[in-house]
Design a protein around this ligand. Structure first.
Ligand code: SF4
Length: 352
């Protein structure tokens, strides 16, 4: 065990330089390759990512190559990883890089964070590993290491504790090697400070670890229990015309910014069938006539269990809505795609 006369980062990096696993994405500095690896590694084990990762980058070596991928190519390239929504979002992000940045992944952390599909964690990982910015990247591993090391007894899945963790990791951060520092934190959480059987005797930062000193390792981190599921009956209208389907592009303040959804009150709002036309007028200044229900699909978002009812409709005034083709290049939301699969025929016609 090293002592505390060295900084946290120095001890951690000294350990990482000897213990780091040789992983395919650690041999690269190309921001696109780093971005792809971070998306693939979400909810997927390292071993399951190795082979698809190499295959994917051979087929799509640049954002532009993936931006042009068809749905079939996307599904083939993502084979073995599951959670295909991640791949679709990655393609939305790649298209934004092509449209807004000439196909070059921006090095500025703020611009990175504005790309669709890039959250705080991915932003920090790409900015630090590919571009050397001192930006933190807090995943579940980093959260656990920090909560134990600082002896945080409050639930880590709350906004104030998340802030404390980001601040603490930022204070520990190596300014000289930010990308290696972030990877070392994740590696420590994955290999040493593991969820159920941490090996503190092998830990490079054990000397000043509060959880270890106070016998709290098994109790930390604390997480607030998930909220009970809430059932939602959301409603949308499906109006098909010669130019496609009427949709609403989600703004930068909304979840899934940049994607397109069928017009409704939002998938998290329960709406009475009789109120749908009124809601569409209020939200989009659109005048639509709402008809019979065409299809209903199930969808889950965090603790919401949504039954999305899609109604037929006709339009008198589109207001702020727009016609979008039913083409793979349009980033329709997952619930909207589910509705299309059920309500539209292979030729795009309504099945009513
Ligand atoms: S000493 Fe143990 S609990 Fe503390 S950070 Fe290291 S592995 Fe985690």
């Amino acid at each position: 065990m090293t002592d505390t006369r060295q900084t946290f980062a120095a001890r951690l990096l000294h350990w990482f330089d000897q213990a780091r696993r040789d992983l395919p994405w650690r041999r690269r500095r190309d921001p696109w390759a780093i971005w792809v690896s971070e998306i693939m590694l979400q909810q997927t084990r390292v071993e399951a990512v190795r082979e698809p990762y190499e295959r994917f980058l051979q087929r799509f070596p640049t954002p532009a190559s993936f931006a042009a991928a068809s749905d079939d190519e996307l599904l083939t390239a993502w084979r073995g990883l599951g959670y295909y929504r991640r791949a679709r979002l990655l393609r939305v992000g790649a298209r934004a890089v092509v449209d807004q940045h000439g196909g070059v992944v921006p090095g500025d952390p703020d611009q990175l964070g504005e790309l669709p599909g890039i959250g705080d964690y991915t932003r920090g990982a790409v900015a630090s590993i590919a571009f050397g910015h001192a930006e933190v990247a807090v995943d579940g591993n980093v959260e656990r290491v920090t909560a134990r090391h600082r002896g945080l007894r409050e639930a880590t899945n709350t906004a104030p504790v998340r802030r404390t963790i980001r601040q603490t990791v930022g204070d520990w951060m190596s300014r000289a090697r930010p990308g290696d520092f972030n990877q070392a934190m994740m590696e420590l959480g994955a290999m040493v400070c593991t969820p159920t059987s941490p090996t503190c005797e092998r830990c490079p930062v054990a000397a000043d670890c509060i959880a270890r000193a106070e016998g709290l390792v098994a109790q930390l981190p604390v997480r607030k229990p998930p909220r009970a599921a809430v059932e939602v009956a959301a409603r949308v209208v499906l109006v098909a015309g010669p130019d496609g389907v009427l949709g609403h592009r989600l703004g930068s303040e909304e979840a899934n910014a940049g994607q397109v959804e069928l017009p409704g009150g939002g998938v998290l709002q329960s709406i009475d069938p009789d109120d749908l036309a009124k809601v569409l007028q209020q939200r989009f200044a659109a005048r639509l006539r709402i008809g019979a229900e065409l299809a209903s699909v199930r969808h889950a978002i965090t603790h919401h269990r949504i039954t999305l009812h899609a109604h037929a409709g006709s339009v008198q005034a589109v207001g702020q809505l727009q016609w979008f083709p039913l083409h793979t290049s349009v980033p329709w939301t997952t619930p909207s795609r589910k509705v299309f699969r059920k309500a539209l025929g292979a030729d795009g016609s309504l099945q009513a």
